[in-house]
Ligand binder design. Sequence first.
Ligand SMILES: CC(C)(COP(=O)(O)OP(=O)(O)OC[C@H]1O[C@@H](n2cnc3c(N)ncnc32)[C@H](O)[C@@H]1OP(=O)(O)O)[C@@H](O)C(=O)NCCC(=O)NCCS
Length: 149
Amino acid sequence: MSEEPSALIFEAPLGSNLYDQAVHLREAILREPLGLTVTAEERLDDAVRQHFCAVSDAAVVGTVSVWPFDEVTLHLQQMAVAEEKRRTRVGAKLLAHAEDWGTQAGYRLMIVDARVGAEGFYLKYGYSQEGEPFEKHTIAHVRVTKRLR
Ligand SMILES: CC(C)(COP(=O)(O)OP(=O)(O)OC[C@H]1O[C@@H](n2cnc3c(N)ncnc32)[C@H](O)[C@@H]1OP(=O)(O)O)[C@@H](O)C(=O)NCCC(=O)NCCS
């Protein structure tokens, strides 16, 4: 595995150019292959999410969002890394950044509904599987959780 020293993590505030690029990436990776789109409802929900993106060579190559599930719990959503940048630790950086943000904001638990096949990525970083797989966005997911410190 090679490192990706040039991928830096930034906040992508709603309405910013970084946010627009992040939504484009989200749509291309997480929705289009399933015949879905980022819906107007999802865009509305984005207003209460915190968005982060990974930038390399002035382009957004990764995205993730967190949503306040309750006062102590964050729900991590829309984790996606551009295909040509996968396995270069962009996802790991995004995950660590989201966790650090959550910890500093006072959250104690991160939950993720991981796509089956991607759950190993989260298990590698201390997440534990909870319950049985279930369907979401037409494909199998499994919930994983991690206590934040
Ligand atoms: C899952 C995803 C976000 C991982 O991002 P990434 O940037 O490729 O991952 P990283 O390079 O940071 O990997 C960090 C570690 O996790 C491992 N890993 C990455 N993807 C994995 C997977 N699907 N299953 C198991 N381990 C995985 C890597 O091998 C690496 O381990 P190592 O340190 O022992 O070498 C990325 O593959 C992706 O966008 N996939 C398509 C969309 C998707 O499934 N998103 C997740 C929705 S829940």
